[in-house]
Design a protein around this ligand. Structure first.
Ligand code: AMP
Ligand code: TRP
Length: 321
């Protein structure tokens, strides 16, 4: 059972990424698992090359500081040649209709001029990420489930048409309700690509920035804390964040706090302490580019080596080389 997952450097890593995904990757990781920064996926819509490079390095540092072993991380573009080759093979295994049916493509391309072809083909690159490394379990959010399904379809089709090469992957979804919402607008999820970052706590935010954002979190006109996710989503979000950081349960935590002020203070301190080792660890790594570069090169070599025999077999079976 090998796990693989990626995080796209479309913005700075935020609290929801940590609580909903990365910290589980770190806790559940086995020696053969792989986690990567999917920088090639951050080019499917308008992007800035210098910002992308900087975000990719930052995300790699955050993954390591989160407790994922440096032996299990890599940056996607460092194995661009292998992935590019496999993507082409898989594109020759995928119909146009299958790609055009992807919900994310439909949503992101709707009403847009100059849609990049890569926005359509990006799930095939994602299939290549998964199939190259032979991952059997793919931890992702609900929005990526359809893409993992496509990877399964392509693996099955290739294996039955040309010969057995690929492992059948399976999506591993987080427990339901494990969603951190935006502090300024609790109707939407906290996201690293939100234009307005007032309601987004970034993992590398300074403690005072975190305290300020949580203090200003939108709640409701009531004054006594209670856990009512439907009626009081802003407050429920704070309770869920505090519970996720301290290990308690949201309803019990609500009963322990007499006022919104006290609850916000407790939440802010819990988030500051949860993120402290990440911020300190990532900043230390970012100050040591030689070490980060060494980890990056070793990770790329490991990931490429892991996939080499599958790529060679796939090329041979499909009639190339
Ligand atoms: P994304 O930032 O959408 O690329 O997501 C990367 C990973 O973080 C996925 O596994 C998501 O499910 C998880 N994630 C992103 N935002 C949140 C959030 N607000 N709450 C919980 N998990 C999240
Ligand atoms: N597309 C995923 C996202 O936006 C990230 C990703 C890229 C990924 N390649 C992957 C996740 C392979 C799992 C496996 O969240």
């Amino acid at each position: 059972m090998t796990r693989l997952s990626g995080i796209t450097p479309s913005g700075h890593i935020q609290l929801g990424n940590h609580l909903g995904a990365i910290r589980r990757w770190a806790a559940e990781g086995k020696p053969e698992d792989l986690y990567f920064v999917s920088d090639l996926h951050a080019m499917t819509t308008s992007h800035n090359p210098a910002r992308l490079r900087s975000l990719a390095g930052e995300q790699l540092a955050v993954l390591i500081a989160s407790g994922i072993s440096p032996d299990r991380v890599f940056v996607q573009s460092d194995i661009a040649r292998e992935l590019g080759a496999l993507t082409w093979i898989l594109e020759c295994t995928c119909s146009y209709g299958e790609a055009a049916r992807m919900i994310q493509f439909k949503e992101k391309s709707k009403g847009q001029a100059g849609v990049r072809l890569s926005l359509l083909t990006y799930p095939v690159l994602m299939a290549a990420d998964i199939l190259l490394t032979g991952a059997s379990e793919v931890p992702v959010g609900e929005d990526q489930r359809q893409h993992v399904e496509l990877a399964r379809t392509l693996a099955r089709r290739f294996n039955t048409t040309y010969g057995e090469v690929f492992t059948m992957p399976e999506a591993v979804l987080p427990p339901s309700g494990a969603r951190v919402r935006d502090l300024a607008d609790p109707t939407r999820k906290m996201s690293k690509s939100n234009q307005d970052s007032a309601g987004v706590v970034f993992v590398l935010d300074e403690p005072d920035q975190i305290r300020r954002k949580i203090k200003r979190a939108v709640t409701d006109g009531l004054s006594v804390p209670a856990y009512e996710p439907e009626e009081r989503p802003g407050l429920a979000n704070l309770l869920e964040i505090l519970a996720a950081c301290t290990g308690g349960d949201p309803a019990g935590i609500a009963a322990e706090h007499k006022s919104y002020g006290a609850l916000k203070e407790a939440t802010a301190e819990a988030v500051v302490e949860t993120l402290r080792p990440l911020r300190e660890g990532a900043n230390a790594l970012l100050k040591d580019p030689a070490e980060l570069d060494r980890v990056r090169k070793a990770g790329a070599a490991r990931a490429a080596e892991r996939g080499e025999h599958r790529l060679q077999s796939a090329l041979r079976l499909i009639g190339a080389g």
